[in-house]
Ligand binder design. Sequence first.
Ligand SMILES: [Mg+2]
Length: 227
Amino acid sequence: MRKRLLLFDIDGTLIHSGGAGVHALIAAFRERFGITDDLRGIEIAGMTDSGIVTSILKKHNIPATTENVSAFLDSYVHFLSLELPRREGKLLPGVLELLEELKSRPHLVLALLTGNVSRGAQLKLEHYGVWHLFEFGAFADDHQDRNQLGSFARARAREKHGREFSASQIDVIGDTPRDIACGKAIGARTIAVATGKWSREQLAEHQPDFLIDDLSNVNEIIDTLGW
Ligand SMILES: [Mg+2]
């Protein structure tokens, strides 16, 4: 059977963390660098965690050295574990049902392509009970530029499955123009979901191959996408 590799974004696509991510960044920056910043004006959605902390450091003229970025991210992960249970986040509509249905289909490989660092991705998805449904992922640990992450995911799929997934056998599912761009960067099929900050109309401007309001119509989505 022809296998397909499905690469899911996390925030705004599978979950809303109820602000846990942003509050963890604010707390980490305060703890490590002694500065309180509400992070307004910092681009977050669709960015990688390493890209986000780099732009926060630069905004405050702190050198974005490997040491500073690592220290910031370590502290972020610590605060994220505290913030997740405090905030009213949620799994987005249809996500659990869709993932469980896809997981039961042996020709589909479920993996992550996310700007989260891997430890953050695991904390978030374990908190919402879906981490175990993914085989592997490409994360901010792999590269600061999201457009480079597709090739890491593809290499990991090759290691795990002993076969190459061609571009036409890969789907990238996400809620921001950056997800669409990183999917297109590897020639994958792109599926935009309007459950994040971007509206259907805004996402349409970036010409995803498919555009859906949310993941709740599980059977229809599976039919439409040929999964
Ligand atoms: Mg997202």
